[in-house]
Design a protein around this ligand. Structure first.
Ligand SMILES: N[C@H](CCC[C@H](N)C(=O)O)C(=O)O
Length: 275
């Protein structure tokens, strides 16, 4: 039997598995089954807690989308990861250093129950998003079904395209999100954010996530949207991002500096499953 903990960060939900104290042998099909909301446990992503690859970090943190694809960043997942290892007694400190496929992150459990994540320095026109333009631009345009869509491109360790829209409730997230996620412009696919700026410190956001579809919240997507908005002068540090599942607080002091994200992390239930 495989023990797991079901968790959520603003409704972005996770199956978290301690792969230190139990053997975990899951291929892509096994991951998809765990994530399936009818035949398995159901979640947006699966998070694995693994031993640290060096004494410079406390854990390795691996992330798999519901479609079984492994990715290098998950902001809401990072907060749940911190809550999990602390509550399970796998660490006795409130500051946790993790190694991910995109580098190192520092997670901090704060008084009041929120978790603050150093999401690293955003990369622009990143390798995963080889755009038509060789140089970084604040806007790239692609035509979908006869309509031009302009987006900013940012990597938070995972690729994001951010489209500014007048009303997120009316944004064609499912149709345009799905078309852009798999667009040839993004050979590793991409997460597609639809952002409505309310004022210079506040925006609404919906995200069609790579490998999962629209989620109730996307932490790395909120960071990417805040970065694109600030680069365009539409947003100023700090920024509150309202997602369908709730609000995240994002801080960024400009190019070359890390993005910080703060928000909740909640344990829903414990379980075990034949895997
Ligand atoms: N779908 C993302 C991974 C999960 C990111 C999201 N759940 C977050 O909170 O950052 C990707 O394929 O890069």
């Amino acid at each position: 039997m495989l023990r797991f903990t079901k968790m959520q960060g603003l409704g972005n939900d996770f199956v978290v598995i301690d792969a230190i104290h139990q053997a975990v042998n899951l291929d892509a099909a096994g991951l998809r089954r765990l994530a399936d909301r009818h035949y398995g446990i159901g979640c947006d992503q699966i998070l694995l807690v693994e031993p640290p690859p060096s004494d410079e970090v406390d854990f390795r943190y691996r992330i798999f989308n519901a479609d079984g694809s492994e990715v290098a960043q998950c902001g809401n997942g990072a907060r749940c990861f911190a809550r999990f290892v602390r509550d399970k007694g796998l660490i006795d400190r409130d500051e946790i250093r993790v190694e991910t496929a995109s580098g190192r992150m520092v997670l901090r459990l704060e008084a009041g129950g929120e978790v603050r994540v150093d999401m690293g320095v955003p990369r622009h026109a990143p390798a995963e998003v080889p755009l038509l333009a060789a140089e970084e631009r604040l806007g790239y345009t692609v035509n979908i079904d006869g309509v031009d869509w302009t987006f900013g491109a940012v990597s938070m360790g995972n690729p994001h395209a951010v489209i500014t829209v007048p009303d997120v409730d009316a944004a064609p997230v499912a149709r345009v999100g799905a078309a852009l996620e798999r667009h040839e412009l993004f050979p590793e696919r991409a997460n597609i954010g639809f952002m409505q700026v309310l004022d210079s410190h506040h925006a609404r956001l919906r995200v069609y996530e790579r490998g999962t579809g629209e989620t109730l919240a996307c932490g790395s997507g909120a960071c990417a949207a805040a970065v694109v908005g600030m680069l365009r002068g539409a947003l100023q540090d700090p920024v509150r991002i309202d997602l369908p599942g709730g609000a995240l607080r994002i801080g960024w002091r400009g190019r070359g500096t890390p993005v910080h994200m703060s928000g909740p992390a909640v344990t829903v239930f414990e379980g075990s499953i034949e895997a």
